[in-house]
Design a binder for this molecule. Structure first.
Ligand code: HEC
Length: 137
């Protein structure tokens, strides 16, 4: 029987694609990693506003574990997404050149990038927002 190994290979190939794909799924673990890379320097490791840069700034970095508490107990998901992707234009984040670079800004589609980076960037922003939701007090 020659078909069996081929079938098995097929199953593993599909599994491999699924596993590789899951690395890009929106989840709080990805968000935690992104937070450590791009946000903790100001907002602190646990998001409490005590990052290394905090005392060098003239505007304090807010405690991000109190976002729900400051919003009648409800996590302000849309507001957080807009704070990250730059739509709010927060002074502390720098506009139009965000302090964390363009990782959370979708690029326009072009010849070398027909779909733009919209999906990838949205995944990052959502993962980060979900992580912030998970650390609310
Ligand atoms: C250079 C320091 C710095 C970095 C890096 C930074 N922030 Fe901020 N962030 C601030 C400051 C300062 C404010 C307050 C801004 C203001 O009042 O204009 C703020 C405000 C916010 C707010 C709004 C909080 C509120 O109570 O309304 C959110 C949400 C936020 N940051 C999330 C993030 C996330 C997520 C990252 C990482 C992608 C990040 N920040 C990176 C300094 C920083």
């Amino acid at each position: 029987m020659m078909t069996k190994p081929i079938t098995k290979f097929g199953v593993f190939a599909v599994l491999g694609v699924l596993l590789a794909g899951s690395a890009y799924a929106q989840d709080a673990d990805v968000g935690a990693q992104l937070f450590g890379d791009y946000c903790a320097v100001c907002h602190g490791d646990g998001g409490k506003g005590d990052g290394d840069m905090a005392n060098l700034m003239t505007i304090p970095a807010p405690n991000l574990t109190l976002l729900s508490a400051n919003n009648d107990g409800e996590f302000p998901m849309l507001k957080v997404i807009h704070a990250i992707d730059g739509r709010t234009g927060l002074r502390g984040h720098g506009t139009p050149m965000p302090v964390f670079g363009r990782v959370f800004v979708s690029s326009e589609p072009g010849p070398a990038n027909p779909y733009g980076s919209v999906l990838e960037v949205r995944g990052r922003v959502l993962s980060l927002a979900m992580y912030l939701e998970s650390i609310q007090q």
